[in-house]
Design a protein around this ligand. Structure first.
Ligand SMILES: *Cc1c(COP(=O)(O)O)cnc(C)c1O
Length: 386
């Protein structure tokens, strides 16, 4: 017999299934890449965030082998105890230099970095101003901080300006995805910085999808944002960088404050140092990655040209590797995704609550690892199904 609380969970799961909102976990064998083995089948994947094809790159794998021999597997302790390895330290310095900020701090994941930065900078009497389409981790972070949490319509700077003008908070923090993760569009960085300057606010930019890809790999910061002490930049390192973790870059005082106050940095075991060694190699590959970025750009152009005039959906305006195909109803998006899968093409349906109601979409992501033929197959299949 199930007890009442367990029965409620069971009903909740059944309701998700009925609404086409249940999310399966597909089982991956072997390495991440453009072609993967999922649930025992070879498919072309259009859904990883491995935008540069670095996740299984031989240079990164070799760096992992070398580091494994040098430092073993586990970090063994938190950073403020004995877990802060030279590899972590060297990566922070190299990353800060690369993105053009004075200092940086390496977190174990992007989710934890967002929790850490927001809770450390926007304490109880502060106010967080957030774009409504920000990533879920930023929403959770704002709530955990205990600060007032004010959201503005997507990229609506007039509304944000009114909210900033009305605020009595001392510590104000404007928070935005730099590349929006479900839409692929880019935040107006300099206009956000103008507002941050006028209203004496911090500007925190989460560039999970831009780092490695935009502007020669340095990500979406403008020259002004790079030079501004108000701007805190976040790159997550499990996407284009192909490894794991996240690095915040900012003025050195901000980084020193985070080391003392960011609880998701302090109270957790450090990332295995071998991953920091991989990240150092990844940074080299990103810096020398113009050919990869050029391949990626040409696949994006090929997809957009190929899908112009498609009947079953419309590509949203995006210049980034995130190319969402807007469908509308949850069930239609799911059906399209399933039809693609029967042709060996993997592009997941993104539904509410991840995106607003009636904007279900296929979130197609492209990678430098895709061939011209990979993209051509997707284009052909979508026209055939549509
Ligand atoms: C993926 C993502 C994160 C979380 O990063 P992880 O390293 O995967 O925890 C944070 N912000 C945005 C915008 C993301 O897309």
């Amino acid at each position: 017999m199930t007890h009442a609380a367990l029965a409620r969970l069971q009903q909740g799961l059944a309701a998700l299934q009925a609404d086409h909102l249940e999310r399966p976990r597909r089982l991956l064998d072997g390495a991440q890449g453009a072609h993967v083995t999922i649930d025992g089948r070879r498919v072309i994947s259009f859904c990883s965030n491995d935008y540069l094809g670095l996740a299984a790159d031989p240079a990164l794998v070799a760096a992992a082998h070398d580091a494994l021999d040098a430092c073993g597997v586990g970090a063994g302790a938190a950073h403020l105890i004995t877990g802060h390895h030279r590899f972590h330290h060297d990566f922070e310095a190299a990353f800060a230099g690369f993105v053009g900020k004075p200092a940086a701090l390496l977190f174990s994941t992007g989710y934890m970095a967002n929790l850490g930065v927001l809770t450390a900078l926007a304490a109880r009497r502060g106010e967080v101003f957030a774009d409504k389409l920000n990533h879920a981790s930023l929403v959770d972070a704002a709530q955990l901080s205990g600060a007032n949490f004010t959201r503005y319509r997507h990229n609506d700077l007039a509304q944000l300006e009114g909210q900033l003008a009305a605020s009595r908070a001392q510590d104000k923090l404007i928070v935005s995805d730099l590349v929006f993760s479900m839409d692929g569009d880019i935040a107006p960085v300099d206009a956000l910085l103008d507002l941050a300057e006028r209203f004496d606010a911090w500007l925190y930019l989460d560039d999970a999808h831009g780092f490695g890809v935009l502007n020669d790999g340095r990500g979406g910061l403008t020259a002004r944002a790079r030079a501004s002490d108000r701007v805190i930049y976040l790159a997550t390192l499990g996407k284009a960088a192909g490894v794991a973790g996240a690095a915040a870059a900012a003025n050195k005082i901000v980084i020193d404050w985070l080391i003392q106050k960011a609880r998701p940095y302090i109270y957790t075991t450090a990332l295995p140092p071998l991953l920091a060694a991989c990240l150092l190699e990844s940074l080299r590959q990103i810096e020398a990655g113009d050919a990869r970025r050029e391949r990626l750009r040409s696949r994006i152009a090929q997809l957009r040209e190929g899908l112009a005039g498609l009947k079953c959906g419309e590509l949203m305006p995006s210049t980034t590797p995130i190319q969402p195909l807007l469908i509308g109803a949850n069930a239609d998006a799911v059906r399209l995704s399933q039809a693609l899968l029967t042709r060996g093409l993997l592009a997941p349906a993104i539904r509410t609550p991840t995106v607003p109601a009636d904007t279900a979409r296929l979130r197609i992501t492209l990678s430098a690892a895709h061939s011209v033929d990979d993209v051509a197959q997707l284009v052909e299949a979508l026209h055939a199904i549509g």
